[in-house]
Design a protein. Structure first.
Length: 259
């Protein structure tokens, strides 16, 4: 009886250890979306074909962003990798995980924009993500300024930071700045307010904006499609970037920079 008891206890311990190992693997894998079918090798950019007739081929566009731009849960493959592979875009990326817009932190969207070399090869445009970080951490929205001067913007607020970025790009490269949102199907009220603020800033500076929070294709996705295109409600897979986000960027870039 004693041997049987010890044997059962040993097996139970092994089961607990095995469950713990599996849980750790699942958590680690979920961190980059590894178990999602939308992140399979079928959606690697290596399988895409270059379009030699793309209007943006060899042109330089700068992207400033955080988690969405990085493709954080898509094996670090995002729409930018698609634009490089399919359109031959010379994309320059300035990104950092889990950061916000304002100057309250040493690393922010403002510091990323300021880190772009002044002698950068005349980008046609700068695209700037509206990060979830500011909604999650309750960054103060601030107010639209009447000014168009760099020193007049309150860079510790989200709106002030966005205006600063608009003005800084105009001063240094005479190029437009287009804001774009994260893609999700369950946007929070706080993020919606941030997106609305970005839209007001874009309107002041007479710039269009790429808003995935009101994207018709995302809004109409069936449950099975959501599991293909999203790891969770606001983190996309490689399939999501390739089949939804990148084509929207292609259309937006073509309409606003080449037509």
């Amino acid at each position: 009886m004693i041997k049987i008891f010890k044997s059962k206890k040993y097996i139970a311990l092994l089961c607990v250890l095995l469950a713990a190992v599996i849980a750790i693997i699942c958590i680690a894998s979920a961190g980059h979306g590894g178990f999602s079918k939308g992140n399979s090798s079928d959606y690697d950019v290596s399988s895409l074909t270059l379009n030699d007739d793309s209007v943006m081929k060899d042109d330089t566009i700068v992207f400033v962003g955080s988690d969405f731009t990085l493709g954080l849960k898509a094996d670090n493959q995002s729409f930018i990798d698609y634009l490089k592979a399919v359109d031959g875009l010379n994309a320059a990326t300035f990104t950092e995980e889990n950061i916000g817009l304002t100057s309250k932190k040493d690393v922010s969207f403002i510091s990323l924009v300021e880190s772009i070399p002044k002698e950068h090869a005349s980008p046609k445009a700068i695209f700037c993500e509206i990060p979830y970080y500011d909604a999650k951490h309750g960054t103060k929205l601030g107010e639209i300024s009447d000014s168009y001067m760099l020193s007049d913007f309150d860079t510790e607020t989200a709106i002030g930071a966005m205006e600063y970025i608009m003005c800084y790009a105009k001063m240094n490269w005479s190029c437009p700045v287009f804001f774009y949102t994260s893609a999700d199907y369950n946007s929070s009220k706080k993020y919606e307010k941030l997106v609305s603020a970005a839209r007001r800033v874009s309107d002041k500076w007479n710039m269009p904006m790429l808003d995935f929070t009101s994207n018709d294709k995302i809004a109409s996705l069936e449950k099975s499609d959501k599991s293909l295109y999203f790891v969770d409600s606001r983190n996309m897979t490689k399939a999501g970037y390739n089949e939804i986000v990148a084509p929207e960027f292609e259309n937006f870039i073509t309409q606003n920079l080449y037509s």
